[in-house]
Design a protein around this ligand. Structure first.
Ligand code: HEM
Length: 491
């Protein structure tokens, strides 16, 4: 009898182990995806516009898909439902970054709020940036700087218009964003509209973002990363050193000059953090790099895309101009406070971010442990691309997704704040863009001021912009291939 009991016990244990193994195996199913080629995986399928390529693949394999790129597993998310489960149920497990090899340039990855994993250092940097820059109180206090810089943009456009000259909208918006940040941080302009410096900064920042997003063999085959086969690390190191060098000059000037050293701008406050041993100088330089690179190009490209869409849709342009005139009259300047009274203007910015999110895959996330996501197995260390570009163009989410139709946002209360997963151009969860409140103020103020002061005549084939002229260039951010040029005509 005892023998039978013992045998039964062993049999039961064996069955439980077998079943649990089978069960856990069945749970370890990777999301579907294209069959990878040996060694290289699906690298060749990405082409020069990976966001388009993976959007097409997702139509076949579904809203959660896996790709093999060299030795890396990439999980691509293309629906609001999967994004919601990722950010609401598993935010912590996905809140670190898949760090591109290019960010090792100048040891940026060791200091950067954008690339550090969630942990004490990242938390401190983020807290300092939010307190000094992005609370409603600090933003209200720095409003006067933004107003001044936007007035300069309008003056510059007026001068060009009087001479019948077109302006490069993206570049003018970039110079405004750059000076707006440099005045908040350093109490000085870094470039003027007329000088070539602004274009040099634009090229520097855009190249850095392009390097950060460029498919790089060093990321897919870590064993060969020391060879830097595409020269991405070499080029990025040059760019990072150049930008950090500019900040070092400003910081040195501040430390050496007793008059400069009492300035109470953001740099002044950061240097106080250094005195109190809360930061060191390298932290400050890399934080400035993060904020300038993350804050200028994203904002100016949103404005450029908004103007592009308005020039292609003159009725929407007219409607926005009528709205601002009805609410504020014909006289300028428009102020930030007025934006809340302009729902159509805000709808235009949301519609632009839906169709042209500046960072198509957000900033890539990483799974820090194995996760079950929507019943699929996401292995630890997988890179996660949330394809906000394709979510914004998904016909099961949006009616007529390819049309520029700001009115859709007057009919619903979808917002960009990371809670409505059909529209998350700033991300969601712990790593949501901390600069979002500033970005919203900047883009809305620049756009409404340009629409209030001028009518716009497009130099590209009149109002009929061709497909080429709305073509995008892929990087960590999406750029327009052909810069938008338009002549401002005083209203
Ligand atoms: C991160 C979008 C403007 C600073 C991000 C992320 C996105 C984003 C998608 C990554 C979120 C994620 O991975 O889940 C945008 C857009 C902007 C904009 C669309 C303008 C239209 C700004 C501005 C600043 C800024 C003006 C600062 C001056 C940052 C920083 C991070 C970040 C520091 C990294 C945060 C972290 O990793 O903890 N942004 N951004 N951004 N953004 Fe922005």
């Amino acid at each position: 009898m005892e023998y039978y009991t013992l045998a039964l016990l062993f049999l039961s244990i064996f069955t439980i182990i077998l079943l649990s193994k089978l069960f856990s195996k069945s749970k370890q199913i990777l999301p579907p995806g294209p069959k990878p080629w040996h060694i290289i995986g699906s690298i060749l399928e990405l082409g020069d516009k990976p966001h388009h390529a993976v959007a097409e693949l997702s139509k076949k394999y579904g809203p959660i898909m896996s790709l093999k790129l060299g030795s890396k597993t990439i999980i691509v998310i293309s629906s609001p439902e999967v994004a919601q489960e990722m950010f609401l149920k598993h935010d912590l497990a996905f809140s670190s970054r898949a760090v591109p090899h290019a960010t090792a340039a100048g040891n940026h990855d060791k200091f950067s709020m954008v690339w550090l994993p969630v942990g004490p250092k990242w938390r401190d940097l983020r807290k300092i940036a939010i307190i000094q820059l992005f609370t409603s109180q600090t933003l209200d206090a720095s409003q006067i700087i933004r107003q001044k810089k936007v007035n300069e943009l309008i003056d510059y456009a007026r001068q060009c218009g009087e001479r019948g000259m077109p302006i490069d909208i993206g570049r003018a918006a970039f110079t405004t964003s750059l000076n707006l940040l440099s005045n908040t941080f350093f109490s000085m302009d870094l470039a003027s509209h007329a000088s070539s410096y602004s274009q040099e900064f634009k090229v520097l920042f855009e190249s850095l973002l392009e390097m950060g997003g460029k498919p790089n063999l060093s990321d897919f085959f870590p064993l060969v990363k020391y060879l830097d086969l595409q020269g991405v690390l070499r080029r990025t190191t040059f760019l990072v050193n150049k930008i950090i060098g500019i900040f070092e000059e400003v910081i040195d000037g501040r430390l050496k000059d007793p008059i400069e050293s009492v300035k109470d701008d953001v740099l002044g406050k950061l240097l106080k953090n250094v005195e109190n041993n809360e930061l060191d100088l390298d932290d400050v330089k890399h934080l400035l790099l993060d904020l300038f690179v993350a804050g200028t190009d994203t904002t100016s490209s949103t404005l450029e895309w908004a103007m592009t869409e308005l020039l292609r849709n003159p009725k929407a342009m007219k409607k926005a101009q009528l709205e601002v005139e009805e609410v504020l009259g014909k006289q300028g300047p428009v102020q930030e406070l007025d934006i809340s009274k302009l729902p159509y203007l805000q709808a235009i910015v949301k519609e632009t971010l839906r169709l042209h999110p500046p960072t198509p895959f957000l900033v890539p996330h990483k799974a820090t442990k194995d996760v079950q996501l929507c019943n699929y197995f996401v292995p630890e260390n997988s890179t996660v691309w949330v394809n906000v570009w394709s979510i914004g163009r998904n016909s099961s989410v949006w009616t007529n997704p390819k049309s520029f139709y700001p009115e859709r946002f007057l009919e619903n209360d979808i917002d960009v704040k990371g809670r409505d997963f059909e529209l998350i151009p700033f991300g969601s969860g712990r790593r949501i863009c901390p600069g979002m409140p500033l970005a919203n103020r900047m883009t809305n103020l620049m756009l409404v001021s340009l629409l209030h002061s001028f009518n716009w005549k497009c130099v590209h084939n009149e109002t009929n912009l061709t497909e080429l002229e709305v073509e995008e260039k892929f990087g960590l951010t999406l750029q327009k291939v052909v810069p938008l040029q338009a002549i401002p005509l005083l209203r």
